[in-house]
Ligand binder design. Structure first.
Ligand code: SF4
Length: 327
C-alpha cells in the first residue's frame, strides 16, 4: 500500500484552512495509507474528518522517525513554511516532497512551490497547490467539522442546563493589537446578543483572560478563557447561534464547526486568510495602508476603528440561523 505523509500546520487557524487539502488528498488516494504529523491537539481536533489513517504527534515520540521511514512514503506534503519541517520531510526519505519555497529550504523539496504575494491566493488554495504537485485533485470542500465525543462531553459539562442560544465572542488575538477590535465594541455586540436572550461566552486561551473577562463583565456574559480544550471549544461553536471573533484561530475554528461566524480583520488580509465555512463572513474596512500585516500601528488602528458593531451585527444576521446549542 502506498504511503503519504502530511506535516500539518502548527497553528489552529492554518490547520482549519488545510482541511480542503486534507479532504482532497484522502479522496484522491483512497488506496493509500495517509499519516498526519502535527501537534497532538490539532490531530485530536481534526480526527472526526477521517482524512488520515494514522496520526503521529509532533514533536515526534521516541522511535517516531523510524516508523515514518518504514515503509517509505511516496509523497510528503509539508504545510509549515519552516526549514525544520522541510528537513523533517527530507529525513523521512519520501520520494516526492512538496512544500512552499521558503527560508532556503527548497533543496530539501522535490516540489518547491513559489508563493504569490500574500492575499493573491487564499491560503487554503495555496495548500491545495501542494496537493496538486503530488497528484491530488481538488474535490468538494469539506463540510462542517464534527465535534469529537470528548468535545461534546466537555461542552455539555461546561454549558450545564442553561438552554439559551449561545453566542461566542473571541476578543483575543495573540498576533498583536493590530488584530484586536476593541473590548468595548465586543461588549457592545455582546449586549445586543444578550438583549436577544442569548447567553454570551467570551472565549479564548488562558492568556486572553484579561480581554475575555473585560468583555464578559461589560455585557453581562461569562468568560470561558482558559476553561476549554480545542475540542470542547469546537463543540460549543458547533451549537452556537453566532460567533464574533478577531482574525484568530478561534474565528477559523468557529467557522469550520459551522457556527455563523463573523471575523473582524485589522492589519491582515482577508483575501488570504478569511475563515472558511458556508456561514462565515468578514468585517473589514481596509484603509489605503491595508494590509500592512503589522502587529502594532503608528497611525491609530484606523482599520479596526472603522469597523462598527452595527455592521458586525448586520453580518451576523446575514449568516446566522436562529438559536441552537450543543446537540
Ligand atoms: S497601518 Fe493601516 S492597516 Fe496597518 S494597522 Fe495601521 S491602520 Fe491598520
Amino acid at each position: 500500500m502506498r504511503r503519504i505523509l502530511v506535516r500539518l500546520p502548527n497553528w489552529l487557524g492554518d490547520a482549519m484552512m488545510a482541511r480542503p487539502l486534507l479532504a482532497s488528498v484522502r479522496a484522491s488516494f483512497r488506496d493509500a495509507s495517509i499519516t498526519a504529523v502535527g501537534p497532538r491537539t490539532l490531530l485530536e481536533l481534526l480526527a472526526t474528518d477521517a482524512s488520515w489513517d494514522e496520526a503521529m504527534p509532533w514533536p515526534l515520540p521516541a522511535g517516531g522517525m523510524g516508523r515514518l521511514r518504514s515503509p517509505r512514503a511516496f509523497a510528503a506534503l509539508v504545510l509549515p513554511p519552516s526549514f525544520s519541517s522541510a528537513w523533517f520531510a527530507f529525513r523521512t526519505g519520501a520520494a516526492l516532497r512538496a512544500g512552499f519555497a521558503h527560508e532556503g529550504r527548497s533543496w530539501l523539496l522535490t516540489h518547491a512551490e513559489r508563493r504569490r504575494a500574500r492575499g493573491d491566493l487564499h491560503l487554503s488554495r495555496e495548500y491545495l497547490a501542494l496537493g496538486r504537485a503530488v497528484g491530488a485533485a481538488e474535490g468538494a470542500p469539506p463540510g462542517p467539522l464534527a465535534p469529537t465525543p470528548a468535545g461534546r462531553d466537555e461542552a455539555r459539562a461546561l454549558l450545564g442546563a442553561d438552554t439559551r442560544p449561545v453566542a461566542v465572542l473571541g476578543p483575543g488575538a495573540t498576533y498583536g493589537p493590530a488584530k484586536r477590535w476593541s473590548a468595548e465594541r465586543f461588549a457592545e455586540v455582546g449586549r445586543r446578543f444578550a438583549a436577544r436572550g442569548w447567553r454570551v461566552l467570551a472565549c479564548g486561551a488562558a492568556a486572553e483572560a484579561g480581554a475575555c473577562e473585560e468583555v464578559a463583565r461589560e455585557c453581562g456574559g461569562e468568560s470561558f478563557a482558559g476553561r476549554t480544550s480545542l475540542e470542547g471549544l469546537a463543540a460549543i461553536c458547533a451549537g452556537a447561534a453566532a460567533a464574533v471573533c478577531n482574525d484568530s484561530g478561534l474565528a477559523h475554528l468557529a467557522a469550520a464547526a459551522g457556527a455563523p461566524t463573523v471575523a473582524v480583520f485589522g492589519s491582515t488580509s482577508s483575501a488570504w486568510t478569511a475563515p472558511l465555512g458556508a456561514r462565515a463572513a468578514v468585517a473589514q474596512r481596509p484603509p489605503v495602508c491595508s494590509p500592512c500585516f503589522a502587529r502594532t500601528c503608528r497611525i491609530g488602528y484606523r482599520c479596526l476603528v472603522a469597523v462598527s458593531p452595527d455592521e458586525v451585527l448586520a453580518a451576523v444576521d446575514r449568516v446566522a440561523a436562529p438559536g441552537g446549542r450543543v446537540a
